[in-house]
Design a protein around this ligand. Structure first.
Ligand SMILES: C=C(O[C@@H]1C=C(C(=O)O)C=C[C@H]1O)C(=O)O
Ligand SMILES: NC(=O)CC[C@H](N)C(=O)O
Length: 961
């Protein structure tokens, strides 16, 4: 049998030559199998093992159906690895569904056993398998950082804690993060009585290390099997808060594993390169790579190029010609004196048209923290206004139908409906084929490109939580059981926009112009120099017009209403009217003209008083009950942290259709609401969106994800031919001059830990000083809460950026906002590696990290399932989703939709429209029901207050159920 080594050499099995070469290749790249129990820290462990042991780590899920069923396949698979790691995860080691394949690892044939390390749940599974007792601890220890001390046995050879330095007290230990609520209370035959009791040495399992809690607990942290090559660790070696010195334990373990293999003469089989590997890599395939593969199969260049056949109504429209190859045109000038962002918005956009405004609305607030270096005031720098959104190409997609996305042209007609690739692949491809070199657009963060939103449910679906979908029937045309047909992803390709730089005081108006480089045959559109010139001429004229409009406007004066609302430009679509009607599953939205406003304008104002707006806020008692339920799940080991949320509903009467004035006011209402929110709750990631079917006003303080280039000195770049580590084996692709200087940095800023400024029951004096805020936030509870999400976000980033590419430049900083203090960590991942941005873009990170970890808790998947249940399967919709952009140069910035209010056009209740606002917070074992309820209401207070301020008359009720 001939086998291939990694470097392509042929080997003949059995010859001495083969043996030597086999040993050598094994030495260069050891292979580790990681059994993933759906944890949110998996990729961090894989990264650590890869870097530390210079190993190739592959992943298989614990519930792999084939391997669970097929003994033969399982045995064959295990032969490919030097060692196995059974990972952490939610649940209980006694339940098959929680540990799956792990149990099979412990039951291997004596002579073929693969050396294995269990971590956390994996450790508990090992102990359970060999007769130890694992039970609920008296309290959960999620996100706690404790000292772990090696026992006598641990320090001996084979005890894997042997390389930990001994301190002056004769102890060897380190600080390590714990994420567990179950623990070992008894090992082998020895009797113990729960945590706090000493567990004596036992038959097969030898205790190696312990952690002592401040409540007198003494918890087992490490074991080895006396005769088999099995080890286990209860703490999390990969956490950002575990000491680096603890890495030595993993080195020792792997040394022992290799010794075992040698002693047993265990041969690690090289995998057949022709065979599709069963185990996956931690890093996901790139979206553009997927596009390329599919396109190669079909012999076409871009996904959309293939869509001709699927066009609607026989129109043969090819999107390849739709702006492929863009030219960038811009005009930059000083911010007009006396103007403000809302006024510019009103002048250029009108308030009732489609619009997206990403607004650094806190840029003007005074710095209350002056002089305090411990406190960061995060100010947004730019405000970005998408112009002519009505005319932009729009891409929409519903969760569960993500292989079917739609492209809409002006006036919302669907011009293309496509099946096959995921919408993410389409977006990556679309953006990539319109790339503009960074050099040309460095002066602005956004030069045009995608802007839009993604809902929470889209994220849920992408991580495999999709109980909201109808599983029966044809997946394409599933009858929605969600009660609506709203898009979960909606992006506009914005080619005209305006950027305000609040720091430099400059305004840039800009547009993307079509370039006539497309292949004529391909696009079916005649391109020549003249048309090209025409586009450019038109663009320049437009830029000039915009500049003059802004500069000549008298900003001292209040705009006459007519000028704000009537956009004199006849080419522009008319303002969106209020649409009345009903949603029908079969036929979609059915408009009911009879109910709609009459357009004559002569009808007298109605004199009947408007009915009241009804606000229903969450019932505090019920919320407390849910917090307790969260804690039950946490105590059982099913989750480490749960971000529980509730919804507040505003049922707002629509005006009589004959009352033209009232109708006008209603159309203006969202914008007035936004202006009020912006004024009262300034925030770095504020936004106003009237886009597709949704309207949202947001005062979000939380950045989800930003990706942008970091320019590197040229000499830092290796050319790939000079070194021969295993990372460099494949020939590097030809780098362009531009690539050489750029690292793409993805920054995530998970926010966890909230303290309100005003006095409250929990802090009766009120918390006003920064120092006090810091002290309150830097407590075990808040630190644990933040840490768990930091590790989760590192995992999400590792899954795209790869091993060793993720750092935490700032851990748990405290930031000041209008009415709260927040604790925020900055996590960075670098998208370089092979292919650089050619293969992975910020969109890969976005697609891989939704829903935002700060809104779910950890581990993400199981926590989301639990939350669905606790939140009565209510859709969070826009709340907990993201809004932002990804521009033509590949840069992006997305914020988490919190502290926001939204309304869907079809969300009507009789003659009322419904606005919704979510609020919540992370529940951990250390939470109190009252404290969490207060935190939720604190977060709600901002939006609620603004909404209340909009009415003279209203009624408030606590929501039941
Ligand atoms: C859930 C919300 O906020 C999230 C939860 C936070 C927390 O638990 O401290 C902080 C910021 C957000 O990530 C909300 O504002 O509704
Ligand atoms: N991180 C983990 O693996 C946790 C294991 C188990 N679910 C517990 O809570 O104890």
């Amino acid at each position: 049998m001939a086998e291939n080594t990694d470097d392509g050499e042929k080997m003949v099995n059995g010859s001495p030559d083969h043996w030597i070469r086999h040993q050598r290749s094994q030495r260069t790249t050891p292979k580790i199998l990681f059994l993933d129990a759906y944890d949110s820290f998996t990729n961090n462990i894989v990264s650590l093992l890869t870097i530390l042991l210079d190993a190739e780590v592959r992943i298989i899920e614990i519930d792999d159906e084939v391997l669970l069923r097929d003994d033969e396949a399982w045995t064959v698979e295990l032969k490919k690895y030097d060692a196995v790691v059974c990972g952490p995860g939610p649940g209980d080691p006694h339940f098959d569904r929680d540990v799956g394949l792990m149990q099979r690892v412990w039951k291997q044939n004596e002579d073929e056993t693969v050396p294995t390390l269990g971590i956390c749940l994996g450790f508990q599974s090992l102990v359970t398998e060999f007769g130890g007792r694992v039970e609920r601890l008296r309290r959960g220890l999620h996100g706690r950082v404790w000292r772990v001390d090696a026992a006598e046995e641990g320090r001996r050879a084979g005890g894997i804690f042997d390389r930990i330095q001994v301190d002056q007290h004769g102890k060897s230990g380190f600080q390590a993060t714990l994420y567990h609520s179950l623990g070992v209370v008894e090992v082998g035959n020895a009797k113990g009585s729960g945590d706090g009791a000493k567990i004596k040495n036992a038959n097969d399992l030898v205790p190696l290390a312990w952690a002592r809690g401040e409540e007198g607990e003494n918890i087992l942290m490490g074991v080895r099997h006396d005769r088999k090559p099995f080890w286990g660790l209860q703490y999390h070696p990969e956490s950002v808060c575990t000491d680096e010195s603890a890495h030595e334990v993993l080195r020792s373990w792997f040394g022992e594993a290799k010794k075992w293999n040698e002693k047993q003469g265990r041969l690690v089989q090289q995998s057949n390169p022709d065979e599709h590997p069963r185990a996956r890599r931690a890093i996901r395939p790139s979206l553009l790579g997927d596009v390329e593969r599919t396109a190669r199969l079909k012999g076409e260049r871009h996904l959309v190029g293939r869509s001709k056949e699927t066009m609607w109504g026989g129109t043969c429209m090819n999107l390849d010609g739709w702006g492929v190859g863009c030219k960038y045109k811009a005009a930059t000038f000083p911010f007009p004196r006396g103007a403000s962002v809302p006024e510019i918005f009103e002048l250029l956009n009108g308030v009732d048209r489609q619009a997206i405004l990403l607004d650094s609305s806190n840029n003007a607030i005074e710095d209350k923290s002056s002089g305090n270096p411990n406190l960061d005031v995060v100010r947004g720098r730019y405000s970005i206004l998408a112009l002519e959104v009505d005319k932009a190409l729009r891409i929409t997609c519903q969760a569960g139908r993500r292989e079917a996305w739609q492209i809409h042209s002006v006036s919302s007609n669907v011009i293309l409906e496509h099946y096959g690739e995921s919408v993410w692949q389409f977006l990556a491809d679309y953006q990539h084929s319109r790339r503009i070199p960074l050099e040309k657009v460095k002066h602005v963060p956004f030069a045009g490109g995608f802007m839009g939103y993604v809902t929470y449910e889209m994220g849920l679906h992408d991580i495999g939580v999709d109980d909201f979908l109808n599983k029966k029937g044809n997946s394409r045309w599933k009858e929605p059981e969600r009660g609506h047909l709203r898009p979960d992803l909606c992006f506009a390709w914005v080619d005209r926009s305006l950027v305000i730089d609040h720091d430099t005081g400059l305004v840039t108006v800009q547009c993307l112009v079509r370039e006539g480089e497309g292949d004529e045959k391909d696009t079916g559109i005649d391109e020549d120099e003249d048309t090209d010139m025409l586009w450019i001429f038109e663009a320049e004229e437009w830029l000039d017009g915009m500049r003059q409009k802004l500069q000549r406007h008298d900003w001292g004066q209040v705009l006459p209403l007519s000028e704000r609302e009537g956009n004199g430009d006849a080419r522009l679509p008319r303002p969106l009217p209020l649409v009345y009607g009903e949603l029908d599953w079969k036929e979609g939205f059915k408009r009911d003209m009879a109910k709609e406003p009459v357009s004559t304008g002569n009808t007298p104002r109605s004199t009947t008083p408007m009915p009241k707006t009804v606000i229903s806020t969450p019932d505090p008692k019920k919320y407390e009950e849910k917090v307790r339920k969260c804690q039950e799940y946490i105590a059982k080991g099913d989750s480490y942290e749960l971000c529980l949320t509730e919804e507040t509903k505003f049922v707002r009467p629509l005006p009589d259709r004959r009352d033209v004035g009232a109708i006008k006011r209603t159309e203006r209402f969202p914008w007035e609401l936004y202006k009020e929110l912006r004024r009262k709750q300034p925030a770095p990631f504020a936004s106003f969106m009237r886009f597709g079917d949704v309207t949202m006003v947001s005062a979000s303080p939380e950045r989800f994800l930003e990706y942008r280039p970091r320019y590197m000195p040229r000499k830092l770049i290796t050319n790939g031919h000079s070194s021969h580590t295993h990372h460099e084996k494949r020939p590097r692709k030809q780098l362009t001059e531009e690539d050489e200087n750029i690292d793409w940095v993805c920054t995530m800023r998970p926010m966890k830990g909230t303290v309100r400024k005003a006095p409250s029951a929990a802090y009766p004096k009120g918390v006003y000083a920064a120092e006090e805020a810091r002290n309150i936030l830097h407590t075990e509870k808040e630190i644990a809460e933040n840490l768990m999400i930091v590790d989760l976000v590192r995992h999400d980033l590792h899954g795209v950026c790869g091993a060793g590419k993720v750092t935490v430049p700032r851990l748990m900083g405290v930031e000041e906002y209008k009415s709260v203090w927040q604790m925020v960590t900055v996590v960075e991942g670098v998208l370089s590696g092979e292919g650089g941005l050619e293969h992975y873009t910020g969109l890969d990170v976005l697609a891989a990290s939704l829903p935002p970890g700060s809104m779910t808790g950890a581990p993400k998947k199981r926590s989301c399932e639990i939350l669905r249940e606790l939140e009565d399967r209510r859709e969070r919709s826009m709340y907990s989703g993201v809004v932002g952009y990804m521009d033509v140069a590949g840069r992006g910035d997305w914020s988490v939709n919190i502290r926001c209010l939204f309304r869907w056009d079809d969300d009507v209740d009789g003659n009322n429209e419904i606005w919704r606002a979510g609020a919540g917070g992370a529940v951990t074992g250390l939470s109190t029901a009252e404290g969490e309820t207060e935190e939720m209401f604190t977060k709600l207070a901002g939006t609620l207050g603004v909404m209340r301020g909009m009415y003279d008359e209203m009624e408030e009720i606590a929501r039941d159920g």
